[in-house]
Design a protein around this ligand. Structure first.
Ligand SMILES: NC(=O)c1ccc[n+]([C@@H]2O[C@H](COP(=O)([O-])OP(=O)(O)OC[C@H]3O[C@@H](n4cnc5c(N)ncnc54)[C@H](O)[C@@H]3O)[C@@H](O)[C@H]2O)c1
Length: 259
């Protein structure tokens, strides 16, 4: 480090890096693919719904994940960053969750990311690499009516730590994004505008939903070469939702202002 560093030298760039983003057809994954591209990386997306630059894959299937990784490496010669982002929630209380619902949520939110690690690590051994997993606030505390989602998102924190411990010496890092309520299709479906949506917004300190881009920026930050000491960690991007009792703070501050 010296006094004459350029802006690019502070964090390093992603030119020439190859990035795989799952769940890239919408929401946070689409924003991540856009932002990684804007940073100079070559991006391959994967989703149930194929599209421009998005390969079709059900990431809960280990064979499809293995094939996906092989296609990326065959086409681009390397794989530097994996953003394991695909996710789905089937709400319900524990006693009402069916075997199918359980397998769907665990398969997409949890198992898929293990398959990605298993398939991608052999290609990262020479030059290192980064895994970014879109966990959630549900990875550090439980949301009601989402038992399997909570379990799966907690597991991603464990997976990031395991990757860090097992491969740190080979320059492979892993970060779990602890993301707060973000305005995507998932939120529109599960928390439509109304009292439920209002309670979600009230859970944040900033008093609004995040944008997919605000989450994607954290994924890019985690993947930058300059984030080289960031691994096995949760990166919290939640508008302050897990920082404190925001609803209580709001009522107390309102009362205080009134007196
Ligand atoms: N939106 C939020 O408030 C929020 C909060 C915390 C965490 N997250 C997480 O962010 C991630 C992205 O979700 P989003 O909010 O952008 O929702 P989204 O529904 O817009 O995106 C999810 C994407 O995953 C894809 N997907 C689902 N099952 C798949 C499968 N089997 N194989 C491949 N792709 C599959 C979907 O087709 C979709 O494009 C998810 O892991 C979600 O759990 C979202």
């Amino acid at each position: 480090m010296n006094d004459t560093m350029t802006r690019d030298e502070v964090f390093g760039g992603l030119d020439g890096r190859v990035v795989l983003v799952t769940g890239a057809a919408s929401g946070i994954g689409a924003a991540s693919a856009r932002l990684f591209r804007a940073m100079g990386a070559t991006v391959v997306g994967a989703d149930l719904t194929p599209g421009d630059g998005i390969l079709p894959a059900d990431v809960s299937d280990p064979e499809q994940v293995a094939e996906l990784v092989e296609i990326v490496v065959a086409r681009h010669g390397r794989l530097d960053v994996v953003h394991g982002n695909a996710g789905v929630n089937v709400p319900g209380r524990p006693h009402s969750i069916t075997d199918d619902d359980y397998r769907t949520v665990m398969g997409v939110c949890c198992d898929a990311n293990f398959y990605l690690v298993r398939s991608a690590v052999p290609h990262m051994r020479r030059d290192g690499g980064v895994f970014v997993f879109t966990s959630s606030m549900c990875g550090v505390a439980a949301t009601p009516r989402s038992p399997v989602y909570n379990m799966a998102k907690h597991a991603l924190v464990g997976l990031a730590r395991s990757v860090a411990v097992d491969y740190g010496a080979q320059g492979i890092r892993a970060v779990a994004l602890v993301t707060g309520p973000t305005h995507t299709g998932m939120v529109d479906e599960l928390w439509p505008p109304g009292p439920l949506r209002d309670s979600l917004i009230a859970s944040t300190a900033v008093g609004r939903l995040g944008t997919p881009e605000e989450i994607a920026r954290a994924a890019v930050f985690a993947a930058l070469p300059g984030s080289s000491f960031l691994t096995g960690a949760c990166l919290t991007v939640d508008g302050g939702a897990t920082a404190g009792w925001n609803e209580m703070a709001r009522s107390m501050l309102t009362l205080k202002a009134a007196t």
